[in-house]
Design a protein around this ligand. Structure first.
Ligand SMILES: [Zn+2]
Length: 355
């Protein structure tokens, strides 16, 4: 998703990246601050206020995301990266929480830190006027505005639609009540889509009926993004469930039922598992170095096995090697599955029933 991001720094092994779209947000913040204070303090001071406000605001968003990341790490969940982008920040994790309570705390700690930042900026604002004899007034205004923005950040993120933090809090609650995480994910994603649509509709309405066009278009864009991200979450959850309910054996059967999607499995007699090489896709590959997946494992395990530059996976049936399958063929079968094709049997068949 964030291919145009550059790495800024690493915090406890987590890459912090800046997406190129962040430039738009940074420019918007500088511009908004400068316009707001130019009449009162002159253009130079106003632009300096804008630049300082932009740096401190982005630092606030980063603090919010770092809070999510550190809490996740603390609860044993690997964090892939933090990305700051036009709509704020995103913390990407390798896995999801295994308990509703973990999910709740990881989600809630972000808005909590934003509220805390709001309080700190507000407090600093009240003493800045006394501490700074020269630029006390602009500093006070700047800090108070940052306090308000952080409170706004916390409140907006608590809107109960995934993928916003509030949506994840809702999801943790639904998960705890229903005992079914997948259903909780989809319900909170649907709420997120509805809220995104409502927000976008409101933004569009204001843009068409009032002079506050830029702010309204911003609301429209954020609503649209929320709608898209919530839909993405819904689709990912559906796919996740499909992967978990489908065995590798069933995927192979699907390949045989749809001749266009055949799996050129390398037969076991052609394999020399103990030896160093086997022929995969026309090239000689060491089969002993290939990841191994059993036919009764789920599709998730197979897809995960292709991670880390492994284009092929050694399939076993009850410990016995049955063949090597290449990623592109699995991808083709997954495409079939997503289009609604169902293998005749999703339960394991007798050994020998598969090539
Ligand atoms: Zn957050």
């Amino acid at each position: 998703m964030f291919t145009r991001a550059v790495r800024l720094l690493t915090i406890r092994g987590v890459d912090v990246r800046l997406d190129l779209s962040l430039i738009v947000l940074a420019a918007l913040v500088v511009w908004t601050f400068a316009i707001r204070f130019a009449a009162e303090h002159g253009l130079v001071v106003a632009v300096v206020m804008g630049l300082a406000g932009m740096v401190l605001f982005l630092a606030s968003i980063l603090a919010h995301e770092v809070a999510h990341a550190l809490e996740a790490l603390h609860r044993g969940i690997e964090v892939e990266s933090i990305t700051l982008l036009i709509f704020g920040g995103v913390t990407q994790m390798h896995a999801h929480s295994s308990r509703p309570r973990d999910e709740f705390v990881i989600a809630a700690v972000g808005p909590f830190v934003s509220l805390l930042a709001g309080a700190v900026f507000g407090l600093a604002g009240t003493v800045a006027g006394d501490l700074l004899p020269l630029y006390g007034a602009p500093a006070e205004q700047l800090l108070r505005l940052l306090a308000a923005l952080n409170v706004l950040l916390a409140v907006f993120n608590l809107v109960p639609g995934a993928p916003l933090d509030g949506g994840r809090v809702l999801r943790a609650g639904l998960w705890a009540v229903l005992g079914d995480r997948a259903r909780a994910v989809r319900m909170s994603a649907r709420v997120g889509q509805a809220l995104g649509l409502a927000l976008a509709g409101y933004g569009l309405w204001v843009a068409l009926t009032s002079p506050a066009t830029i702010a309204a278009l911003w609301v429209l864009a954020i609503g649209g993004f929320l709608f898209w991200a919530a839909g993405q979450e819904h689709r990912t959850s559906r796919l996740d469930e499909l992967y978990r309910s489908t065995t590798v054996r069933a995927v192979l059967e699907l390949g045989r039922e749809h001749p266009a999607t055949t799996f050129p499995l390398l037969p076991p007699e052609d394999l020399d598992v103990d030896g160093p090489t086997g022929v995969v896709g026309g090239t000689t590959t060491s089969t002993s170095r290939l990841p191994t997946v059993d036919l009764d494992d789920d599709l998730h395990t197979l897809v995960d096995a292709f991670q880390g530059d492994h284009g092929s996976v050694l399939l076993t049936d009850g410990g016995q090697p049955v063949g090597v399958v290449e990623e592109r063929y699995v991808a083709r079968a997954i495409a079939l599955l997503r289009r609604g094709a169902t293998p005749t049997s999703r339960t394991p068949t007798t050994p020998g029933g598969t090539r």
